[in-house]
Design a binder for this molecule. Structure first.
Ligand code: ACO
Length: 213
């Protein structure tokens, strides 16, 4: 496989890859924001914005030029989460609000910018491997290479909202530590029903970080 930066000419093929493969992400699978093979405008807007930062990586199969996996890496600046919370007020989509509401709230409370005294953080936002290529260490290699990109561009802090146990394992193997853990099944709606009925082994959302100095 070749691991390369996602150039603008490949943005649309990355979106095609994500439409097929990212709906398996545990939070998405539990609330049903994006369905397999179907456009998912709210998340795809977020994906495009992230790719425009220029730090995203893709693993390409040299044999057939197929995208085997991607790490969409973006830059978060101090104040971005507060802005996202404001913008969320204009978004009606309940599934989107449930996913990003959880992530935004956790990140607001953590405030890693103040904790580590930085004004920007390198974020692995979307990690996705084609279902035909999973279990071969591609996510791990995308993480290793993403860290190299972050170091090359002088970032001091790298983080990920690890919503899947598999991402948590990869991040832990790369020396990331847990900043915050939330148990999905603790969240209930007004009728006492689970809001995030994630399937085992994906029972926790962990915000994980690493200092790159
Ligand atoms: N069952 C058990 N363990 C598994 C499985 C599985 N099906 N798949 C991966 N793992 C474990 C591996 O054993 C490894 O752990 P180890 O180092 O302790 O052995 C770890 O997870 C990573 O394995 P990789 O082979 O590097 O992962 P892979 O290339 O298969 O990609 C990914 C993992 C990206 C999570 C893939 O399953 C996927 O695309 N899922 C759908 C989207 C998703 O959930 N993305 C992550 C959301 S979090 C985020 O985006 C920041």
């Amino acid at each position: 496989l070749n691991y390369i930066i996602v150039a603008p000419a490949r943005f649309d093929s990355v979106i095609d890859h994500l439409r097929v493969n990212f709906p398996d992400e545990p939070l998405n699978a539990s609330v049903g924001l994006c369905l397999h093979g179907t456009p998912c405008p709210l998340l795809e807007h977020h994906d495009m914005k992230t790719m425009e930062d220029g730090y995203s990586l893709m693993a390409i199969d040299k044999e057939n030029d197929k995208i085997a996996g991607v790490a969409l890496n973006g830059v978060s600046h101090k104040g971005d989460t507060e802005k996202a919370v404001e913008e969320m007020k204009d978004i009606d989509n309940l599934q989107y609000r449930r996913i990003f509401g959880l992530l935004n709230e956790a990140n607001l409370e953590l405030d890693l910018f103040t904790k580590y005294n930085v004004d920007k953080i390198f974020e692995v936002r979307i990690l996705s491997v084609d279902s035909g290529y999973r279990g071969k260490g591609i996510a791990k290699e995308l993480f290793v290479q993403s860290e190299a990109v972050a170091r090359k561009h002088g970032f001091k802090v790298m983080k990920t909202d690890a919503t899947s146990l598999f991402t948590q394992k990869v991040a832990e193997s790369q020396g990331f530590w847990v900043e915050k853990t939330l148990n999905y099944h603790d969240f209930k709606d007004e009728n006492g029903q689970k809001i995030y009925d994630t399937r085992p082994p994906h029972l926790y959302y962990k915000v994980m970080a690493k200092l790159l100095e």
